[in-house]
Design a protein around this ligand. Structure first.
Ligand code: HSE
Length: 432
């Protein structure tokens, strides 16, 4: 067997610990598959004294990841620090400057600097691999970059954040509010103490930007992802969506064509029969549409020590076996400049929940506005009877251009009889 592949691990948190454990358990089979054994020669973390259940005494210890990346003896930097700037970025740049490969789970770093880092890796003649950055254990990077290479991908959508999917599934199943379920998720360790990156859709948007680049052969363009999170979804929305035959999911969606691509993360009503509708809890899913292959569905665990370490180990194995390749499936210089399509031009259906004063003629005012914007209604739900008090009214609207829908919502919100800003959820009839 060839010489061992030496790895330097920066960050020994949940994923780093999971990787060490995986190497202990499956190191032999990984060595057979990669043709070389994997040897950890350097590690870097904040707390040297912490018991990680693995003997690190024979491994070089560093306090600074960039120093480790520059000075240690290794072949592959495994960056598990996180964050789009600072130590993670410096360590990766230092690794490339020293001629080493990089394996990273860092979606924020790649969403912000993916194209530049891919160019740096190519200039150094080394590999930048990031299977663990998107959808945890689902091998979706490899699937799109290699498995679907023979296709023109026309669209892709997916559940890219397990925290949100857990919260939404629990809200639907228990009828409880967002805040309540978020607190429970934090107690169970499914949500971070500061949950904003997850629940405001940023984490999913980071991942979507990477998938969009792979699928459409464009530069990574996180800045142009339209992002909405899940904080405004109410317990009642699940009730109404269920009655209408829909599930509510936070989806990352990218579609487009010759004019450009539209990247978006937002709550979405999908038919109960859609592949993503059945994916609950902390699971992730990605659905792709290729011109020759048709629809492909990928489902699996999107986070956690085991699934993420599994993806990191797969990248290490590829490098051991000499399976390098370009980070985004083609030389970074060949990636097209991303041309972003605005949300205004999105065509689709809409679910709108509003609070209106229960009084004769109110619905006529609302439908008058819809008529003026040439928006056609598919169904309406009104719950309760409370003369001169606010009640929920839910509208389902046929396919229309988003700019007209926004115009109508502004006019509806301005009515005296509408007591709160209407809440809109886009409908995508995947699988219907
Ligand atoms: N926090 C993410 C999630 C996992 O909940 O899916 C890491 O990106």
């Amino acid at each position: 067997m060839a010489e061992a592949l030496r790895i330097a691990v920066a960050g020994l948190g949940t994923v780093g610990g999971g990787l060490l454990s995986l190497l202990q358990t499956n190191g032999d089979s990984l060595a057979q598959r990669g043709g070389r054994s994997i040897e950890v020669t350097a590690v870097c973390a904040r707390d040297k004294t912490k018991d990680r259940g693995v003997d690190l005494s024979a491994i070089a210890w560093y306090d600074d990841p960039a120093v480790m990346a520059t000075e240690a003896e290794y072949d592959v930097l495994v960056e598990l620090i996180g964050g789009s700037e600072g130590p993670a970025k410096l360590a990766c740049e230092a690794a490339f400057a020293a001629g080493h490969h990089v394996v990273t789970a860092n979606k924020a770093l790649l969403a912000e600097h993916g194209t530049a880092l891919a160019k740096a890796a190519e200039a150094a003649g080394v590999t930048l691999a990031y299977e663990a950055a998107v959808a945890g254990g689902i091998p979706i990077i490899k699937a799109i970059r290699e498995g679907l290479a023979g296709n023109q991908v026309s669209s892709l959508h997916g559940i890219l954040n397990g925290t949100c999917n857990y919260i939404l599934s629990a809200m639907r199943d228990t009828g409880r509010d967002f805040g309540d379920i978020l607190t429970e998720a934090q107690e169970l360790g499914y949500a971070e103490a500061d949950p904003s990156f997850d629940v405001d859709g940023v984490d999913a948007a980071h991942k979507l930007a990477l998938l969009a680049s792979l699928a459409f052969g464009t530069e990574v363009d996180f800045a142009n992802v339209h992002i909405e999170g899940i904080r405004s979804i109410s317990a009642e929305d699940f009730q109404y969506a269920g009655e209408l035959g829909f599930e509510i999911k936070l989806l990352g969606i990218v579609d487009g064509g010759e004019d450009g691509v539209r990247q978006r993360v937002h709550p979405t009503l999908v038919p109960a029969a859609a592949p993503v509708a059945a994916v609950d809890g902390v699971f992730n899913a990605v659905v792709t549409e290729g011109d020759f292959v048709g629809t492909s569905v990928f489902v699996g665990r999107g986070a956690g020590a085991g699934p993420t370490a599994s993806a990191v180990a797969a990248d290490i194995c590829d490098i051991a076996a000499g399976r390098g390749g370009h980070a985004f499936g083609m030389p970074a210089d060949a990636l097209a400049e991303s041309r972003s399509l605005s949300m205004d031009g999105r065509e689709g259906g809409y679910y709108v929940r509003m609070r209106v004063i229960d009084r004769p003629g109110v619905i006529a005012e609302v439908t008058g506005i819809l008529r003026d914007q040439a928006i056609s209604m598919e169904s309406i739900i009104q719950r309760g009877r409370a003369p001169d008090e606010p009640v929920d009214v839910v509208l389902v609207l046929h396919e229309t251009e988003e700019s007209r829908m926004i115009g109508a919502l502004e006019a509806i919100a301005a009515l005296d009889t509408v007591s709160e800003k209407p809440y809109l959820i886009r409908i995508e009839r995947f699988g219907a």
